[in-house]
Design a protein around this ligand. Structure first.
Ligand SMILES: Nc1ncnc2c1ncn2[C@@H]1O[C@H](COP(=O)(O)OP(=O)(O)OP(=O)(O)O)[C@@H](O)[C@H]1O
Ligand SMILES: [Mg+2]
Length: 470
């Protein structure tokens, strides 16, 4: 609900204004002078102030100044005497949002209040989204306890507030994007924009004008003047993703930007100043590209003032499970599911799989598993084929001796169970092992009994009691 505070020393004018701007979904408050208004501002959530200038105790100018100091985002509209342009200008200078002159028309008052409320709503929305963004990219949301990730966090904290350019390296899906955003959010530039530019996905012919802008008529498609992405990030951060894909000609122009802090639009001879921090990322080996003359060495040194190397997921040890649990609770909430656990076999699989797609692949795997899981526990069957196929293949065709033996044992047990119509007592007898041993092996190898469960569980105290496998 929007709240408008009406400030005037004359009760009848307050009532008149209230009658004009009264609307469904709007709350109206009133005050007889500036001091009373400040009291209301201190205790109520006010979105717009509509105030007279000349009032006893505290006039409109004082009210504007004090409101600006304490609640700078609340728009103030002043009502000034007819033809008193000087007062209006004075009010605007003091920080008023707009003014109306007496005698005012109903439409004029309604329009100016609606505009101010609209601006206020946008302000609140931007603030809310900024907060969400900052929260999403807070270091708390980047999961990592392994020593390599701890070093990454330490470096982020050290360099975020420094002005230096940064190069983030790491395989695809290791978190280069979220780390770049986190650096921006923790830097003094966080009021400015974070502008990501994927150098690999913009066609080469367009990249220059996308980055640096163009002037009207500079090429056949340039029907109007266009601001470059770099200029839109003025005061903020430009994130040049896949910098290894940037054509050599543009690398020279980028080098000029870094050295001189100036950009030149396509088709223009004018240099324009711009203040941006460059964070670049690559999953290519830039030193190899330099050796192959595909990347400029001087640019490499300019962007690589600090290098943040993100480790591949397979080298992050316990972080794999931490990340998996994090994604499990995220997607469980998002999809309104009650899934809250991984079967230990799944956790084992997570550690054995090499994760070529890194954290992104793990996130996708967990999202898929939550989608297909109908109970509370994620089982191997819920994982994507890429993971289960890899593990089966490794068990069958290579890998550790213990994995291969386990695989052989699983196949033997399953075949015997099948041959004995899933009667566990008969299966144990056919295999020449005790029923207790069969149970133990089934538990260890994560084999579930088939349709018929007729055996008496060996650990059961009561001989009468039929039990389901554990
Ligand atoms: N340490 C982490 N903690 C939580 N989520 C992470 C972490 N690392 C990556 N992610 C998530 O994994 C996904 C991939 O991360 P991101 O896009 O930053 O990777 P990238 O290295 O930029 O990939 P690419 O090379 O393909 O551009 C994102 O959804 C991101 O939120
Ligand atoms: Mg990326």
């Amino acid at each position: 609900m929007d709240t408008v505070l009406i400030v005037d020393d004359e009760e009848c004018i307050r009532q008149e204004l209230a009658a004009i701007i009264e609307e469904k979904g709007r709350r109206l408050l009133s005050a007889g002078n500036g001091a009373e208004a400040l009291e209301q501002l201190g205790s109520e959530k006010v979105d717009v102030v509509l105030t007279d200038i000349r009032m006893p105790v505290m006039d409109g100018f004082d009210l504007i100044k004090k409101t600006r100091q304490q609640w700078p985002s609340i728009p103030i509209i002043t009502i000034t005497a007819f033809a008193s342009t000087e007062t209006a200008v004075q009010a605007l200078r003091a920080g008023a949002y707009d003014y109306v002159t007496k005698p005012f028309s109903i439409d004029e008052i309604r329009n100016v209040v609606s505009h101010a409320l609209q601006g206020r709503r946008l302000f609140k929305e931007v603030n809310y989204l900024r907060g969400r963004l900052a929260q999403r990219y807070s270091l708390d949301n980047i999961i990592g306890q392994c020593p390599a990730m701890q070093r990454v966090f330490d470096t982020i904290s050290l360099v975020a507030s420094a002005p230096c350019n940064i190069l983030i390296t790491g395989e695809s899906g290791t978190g280069k994007d979220i780390v770049a955003q986190a650096i921006h959010e923790h830097s003094p530039r966080n009021k400015g924009r974070f502008v990501p530019i994927n150098c690999g996905s913009i066609p080469e012919g367009l990249l220059e004008s996308e980055l640096f802008g163009h002037v009207k008529g500079s090429f056949s498609g340039a029907v109007s003047h266009k601001e470059g992405l770099i200029q839109t990030a003025n005061g903020g951060t430009v994130f040049l993703d896949e910098i290894g894909d940037m054509p050599l000609a543009l690398q020279a122009k980028l080098l000029r930007l870094i050295q001189n802090k100036q950009v030149q639009k396509v088709g223009s001879t004018r240099q324009e100043s711009v203040d941006v921090r460059i964070i670049a990322a690559t999953n290519k080996k830039l030193d190899i590209q330099i050796a192959e003359k595909a990347f400029r060495k001087d640019l490499y040194y300019r962007i690589n003032v600090v290098e943040l190397a993100l480790p591949p997921l397979r080298n992050r040890g316990g972080d794999i499970c931490l990340l998996a649990s994090h994604f499990l609770s995220c997607y469980s909430n998002l999809l309104s599911r009650k899934v809250n656990k991984f079967n230990p076999e799944v956790t084992k699989a997570f550690h054995r799989y090499p994760w070529p797609g890194n954290v992104r692949e793990l996130e996708n795997a967990v999202e898929r598993a939550v989608t297909f899981c109908t109970s509370r526990i994620i089982e191997l069957e819920h994982l994507p084929r890429a993971i289960t196929d890899y593990l089966e293949d490794r068990m069958a065709n290579g890998g550790l001796l213990q994995d291969r033996l386990a695989n052989f044992e699983v196949n033997c047990l399953k075949a015997a169970m099948e041959a004995n119509d899933h009667d566990l007592a008969l299966t144990a007898k056919a295999l020449g092992i005790s029923l207790a041993t069969l149970y133990r092996k089934m538990k260890k190898l994560n084999i579930h009994p088939g349709r018929r469960i007729t055996a008496i569980a060996p650990e059961s105290k009561s001989n009468q009691q039929l039990q389901h496998y554990p």
